[in-house]
Design a protein around this ligand. Structure first.
Ligand code: NAD
Length: 499
């Protein structure tokens, strides 16, 4: 295990990274022999050569997953046995904490302290939580007439394709793998081409834990190649997708063009954070919104990027938020004191800088940050940025930036605040800050979002569903409800004759 004295730079230099796919429990190059360079956003260093999976590799992985499902090497095991093996998988993840955390930080640029304290433990907890749940979930007996027995049972859907993004590579994968594997499915996981490394190690750890080969296959590659082949595959029964709304739209199209597979989309957000003038502790609200917005470099789907403030307290609140921004200086992600790391790649850097320019062009006032920094490193760093004087129609208020950029919008009345908050294509999360219990409940009810927070933002747990409404998607990860995505309800009628 790591200590405070761990030199993560030395560990990074010593790391040997295998970028090959994992199919049927074996490491494999892409069928085409092609590979792509996996580049670290910390300093532009090439970390590894990664198999460029495409249709042939997806075919092999799906065939492996299908065979594993049909011969019941996993689905046929008693739930208590799947539980034991998945718990062992979770233990292996924790045992590999340093390596996985280092890979995650090198690959996508988040601070090592958070990879160690958040990403690895959350991944293990998710797998363990579903493991523990699976032998406690019962079917139902329907209240039918006396001459029949109707059983309602949950069956695994079969082969699940999981396609995940780069912002929390391991956690997003675990949110699919936990319920899908626990329910008895076989899985083909396609990690983002921007952060494929930890998913490949997870597949190896699963096999080491005793999960049979073929049950979890991981094929790295690009979206338009491996991702499209997986989502279009005729032998994939369901897609668990997390990513942008643009790609989520394609998932529905792929399903309609292939076998009408079930598609569960967890998509983007533009979450509103509403601060009313009756909320006394403005400092706490400011600390919370900055912490939630700038965590993970602002690359969080639920980042509270639209801050709506009552005009009476707006000046005070904005000053408090602006004072928070410098507490998140972009720095070397491999230093344990760093709280803000690098943006995932140059494309994302340009996107974020483009939005900062758009905010200025549309007349918003940049009151903190706004600049690219640390150019000498060869990495991609942007200061935590706050815009005041934003109108809800501006680009920076409407579009998901996915970087450390906050927009502050002022309102006059509760009705206006709710209208502004709901006037978005997205509906992932929202937060209301009020000391008036009636207002807090009233506004929480009126907000159209999958999750609403009251007087806090960062509370989260595997026990609650996570997902959005409107163009933030339709699926729900986490909690027992996630089993609904990876199981089919089956009804079995049994006739009972009279004596
Ligand atoms: P993205 O849509 O570009 O990519 C996501 C995944 O889809 C990647 O694996 C990618 O390779 C694949 N993909 C891309 N194009 C594809 C195509 N044409 N066909 C098939 N697959 C394709 O998203 P991203 O930039 O990796 O991730 C950021 C997005 O994810 C943000 O919008 C963020 O809000 C969202 N997100 C949502 C949640 C949630 O739970 N709602 C959580 C995390 C991230």
């Amino acid at each position: 295990m790591s200590t405070a004295a761990t030199n993560w730079h030395e560990r990074a230099t010593a790391l040997r990274i295998d970028g090959r796919a994992v199919i049927e429990g074996q490491r494999r190059d892409a069928a085409s022999g092609e590979a792509f360079a996996c580049v670290s956003p910390i300093d532009g260093r090439v970390l590894a050569s990664v198999a460029r999976g495409a249709a042939a590799d997806i075919d092999a992985a799906v065939a492996s997953a299908r065979a594993a499902f049909e011969d019941a090497r996993w689905a046929g095991k008693p739930p208590a046995v799947r539980k034991r093996l998945l718990l062992r998988f979770a233990e292996k993840i924790l045992a590999a904490r340093d390596e996985l955390a280092l890979l995650e930080t090198l690959d996508m640029g988040k601070p090592i302290q958070y990879s160690l304290s958040v990403d690895v433990p959350s991944t293990a907890r998710c797998i363990a939580w579903y493991a523990e749940a699976v032998d406690k979930v019962y079917g139902e007996v329907a209240p039918t007439a006396a001459n029949a027995l109707a059983l309602i049972t949950h069956e695994p859907v079969g082969v699940v394709g999981a396609i995940v993004p780069w912002n929390y590579p391991m956690i997003m994968a675990a949110w699919k793998l936990g319920p899908a594997l626990a329910a008895g499915n076989s899985v083909v996981l396609k990690p983002s081409e921007k952060s494929p490394l930890t998913a490949l190690r997870l597949a190896e750890l699963a096999v080491e834990a005793g999960i049979p080969p073929g049950v979890l296959n991981v094929v790295p590659g690009f979206g338009a190649e491996a991702g499209e082949a997986l989502a279009l595959h005729m032998d994939v029964d369901a897609i668990g997708f997390t990513g942008s709304t643009r790609t989520g739209r394609r998932m529905l199209d792929y399903a309609s063009r292939s076998n009408l597979k079930r598609v569960f989309n967890e998509l983007g957000g533009k979450s509103a954070f509403l601060v009313f003038d009756d909320f006394a502790d403005l400092k706490r609200a400011a600390v919370t919104v900055a912490g939630s917005m700038f965590f993970n470099q602002g690359e969080s789907c639920n980042a509270p990027s639209r801050v709506l403030v009552h005009e009476r307290v707006a000046d005070d609140f904005v000053a408090l938020v602006a004072a928070q921004a410098p507490l998140y200086p972009p720095a070397d992600p491999l230093e344990t004191s760093t709280v803000m790391g690098a943006l995932v790649d140059e494309t994302q850097l340009k996107t974020v800088l483009g939005y900062i320019q758009a905010g200025r062009d549309e007349g918003a006032r940049c009151i903190a940050g706004g600049r690219q920094v640390r150019l000498e490193t060869g990495g991609h760093y942007v200061e935590p940025t706050v815009f005041d004087g934003v109108a809800n129609g501006m680009k920076i208020a409407r579009e998901e930036i996915f970087g450390p950029v906050m927009s502050v919008i002022r309102f006059k009345t509760e009705a206006e605040a709710v209208q502004l908050a709901n006037n978005s294509n997205y509906g992932l999360q929202a937060s209301v800050w009020s000391d008036n219990i009636n207002r807090a409940h009233r506004v929480a009810r009126a907000l159209r979002a999958g999750t609403v927070h009251v007087n806090q933002y960062d509370e989260d747990d595997i026990t609650v569903p996570f997902g959005g409404v409107k163009q933030s998607g339709n699926g729900r990860d986490k909690s027992l409800h996630a089993f609904d995505k990876y199981t089919e309800l089956k009804t079995t009628w049994v006739r009972i004759d009279a004596a």
